[in-house]
Write a protein that binds this ligand. Structure first.
Ligand code: NAD
Ligand code: TYD
Length: 427
């Protein structure tokens, strides 16, 4: 029955995966973690013979809740963070607790989390990661086991116009998160409380730009050479995490991932911008010659990788995560236009709008990195993760999601976005 439920929740999951999931639950449940628990329960009943079975179940649930692993997710109302939270509840259900701390900047949206908002094991805290008091209060009031740190300013074009906010959030914010986690987890002898881990979510952009030569890739050993204020601030935050690992033996991992796409992505980013504009018959702005290459990964594959690194990765290590899916920007536009044509029904008035005539070459982005490409060899070899979603499937799923969430798109593209868009694309 349990297996069937798991299979219904994850239709692509085979029986083997169902067994794995059940084994995971058993392995991580409080019963197996605390040997003698059953004995303890029996003893309780002996002490209080009038205690009925309901009370026993209640006590067991209470003990389990007390021991439930608690995640502190930063930036969980953004694109990848919200997908990660959905992924984690889909996988672990009621056996984990998630506290999501997010400032709800223009990029954060609680609508992304409305499906999980009512869960008993989910809490939202509106706070700034640069606010030391607010963050230490969360650590003081909760026994945090895992930090997954997504919160950041994330858009390169915005960083070119307004670099300071990137330094504040990405560098200072990461320093505050590290400091508060260390203060909560470090023991007087310099070791750490058991099984506490911090995962810093970063980007492949810290490695700079690759030549067009298809044999060159980013490895974990590639020297950092960021070009934009965004990637420079992320590189700085990575170095801070590395410094904590080296100086304080702080229990952390860093992941550097390639470009993500999928549901809930804010339409300032290339793929949702192209989908949204095409459906409205608006121009599709292509920077420069359109031949810059990005390595696109479906966001759920990223969420899975983060979880696998935190559970199976070696502490203090960096893991590169990538889609093995390099495409020029102009190819992405062509694929999206073709897929939209296939997916829109003949009587949909938008079908006539979606044509190559919308493509509009515009001035290049300043300092535009030519090519990103990850070699995910290490994560594949050590952890067994690999990108599961083929681009042709991922892009269909993404477009389908945007079809079904017109209201979401309308809400996020109102007001401030219009102003940003008008200023950014004024030529
Ligand atoms: P996003 O911009 O969609 O979301 C960022 C979230 O952080 C938002 O919810 C925002 O409200 C929150 N936030 C911003 N400043 C904050 C602050 N001071 N305090 C608390 N919360 C704050 O970003 P994303 O695309 O989901 O990226 C998440 C992380 O993944 C970032 O660290 C980014 O560098 C990294 N990353 C992104 C990609 C990608 O393709 N999008 C690829 C690799 C790595
Ligand atoms: P983006 O989604 O901003 O991600 P990043 O710059 O972090 O890789 O952009 C992806 C690619 O698409 C990048 O090469 C810039 C390009 N691009 C355009 O050509 N037009 C646009 O309007 C945008 C937003 C991006």
């Amino acid at each position: 029955m349990q297996l069937r439920t798991a299979q219904m929740k994850f239709p692509s999951m085979n029986v083997g995966a169902g067994v794995k999931e059940r084994n995971w639950k058993i392995k991580n449940s409080s019963e197996t973690k605390a040997p003698g628990r059953k004995l303890q329960l029996r003893t309780t009943q002996m002490k209080f013979p009038s205690m009925n079975v309901g009370a026993e179940v209640k006590e067991r649930n209470w003990n389990r809740r007390k021991k439930m692993r608690t995640y502190l997710v930063t930036g969980g109302a953004g694109f990848i963070g919200s997908n990660y939270i959905h992924y984690m509840f889909g996988k672990y259900g009621d056996s984990i607790r998630i506290i999501n701390v997010d400032l709800l900047t223009y990029a954060g949206n609680l609508e992304n989390l409305k499906d999980v908002a009512g869960r008993d094991n989910y809490t939202f805290v509106k706070a700034d990661i640069c606010d030391k008091e607010a963050i230490s209060k969360i650590f003081a009031e909760n026994d945090i086991d895992r930090v997954v740190h997504f919160a950041a300013e994330s858009h390169v074009d915005r960083s070119i116009r307004e670099p300071e906010v990137f330094v504040r959030t990405n560098v200072l914010g990461t320093a505050v998160m590290l400091n508060c986690a260390r203060a909560a987890w470090e023991l007087p002898d310099g070791s750490y409380r058991e099984n506490k881990k911090f995962l810093h979510v970063s980007t492949d952009e810290v490695y700079g730009s690759l030549p067009e030569d298809e044999t060159a890739f980013f490895y974990e050993t590639t020297p950092y050479a960021p070009h934009s204020p965004y990637s420079a601030s992320k590189a700085s935050s990575d170095l801070l995490v590395k410094s904590y690992m080296d100086t304080y033996h702080f229990p952390a991992n860093i992941t550097n991932c390639s470009n993500n796409y999928g549901p809930y992505q804010f339409p300032e980013k290339f793929i949702p911008l192209v989908i949204n504009n095409a459906l409205q018959g608006e121009k599709l702005p292509v920077y420069g010659d359109g031949k810059n290459v990005r390595d696109w990964l479906y966001v759920e594959d990223h969420a899975k990788a983060i979880d696998m690194v935190q559970e199976q990765g070696r502490l203090f290590e960096t893991y590169n995560i990538g889609g093995h899916n390099e495409k020029q920007n102009i190819e992405i536009i062509q694929i999206i236009l073709e897929t939209l044509q296939e997916m829109l029904s003949d009587d949909d008035p938008r079908k006539a709008l979606v044509t190559k005539d919308l493509i509009s070459y515009v001035e290049d982005r300043k300092g535009h990195d030519r090519r990103y490409a990850i070699a995910p060899d290490k994560i594949k070899k050590e952890i067994g993760w690999y990108p599961e979603t083929m681009f042709k499937d991922g892009i269909r799923r993404t477009i389908q999601w945007y079809f079904e969430h017109e209201e979401w798109m309308k809400n996020v593209t109102g007001g401030d976005y219009q102003k940003y868009y008008a200023e950014m694309y004024k030529n």
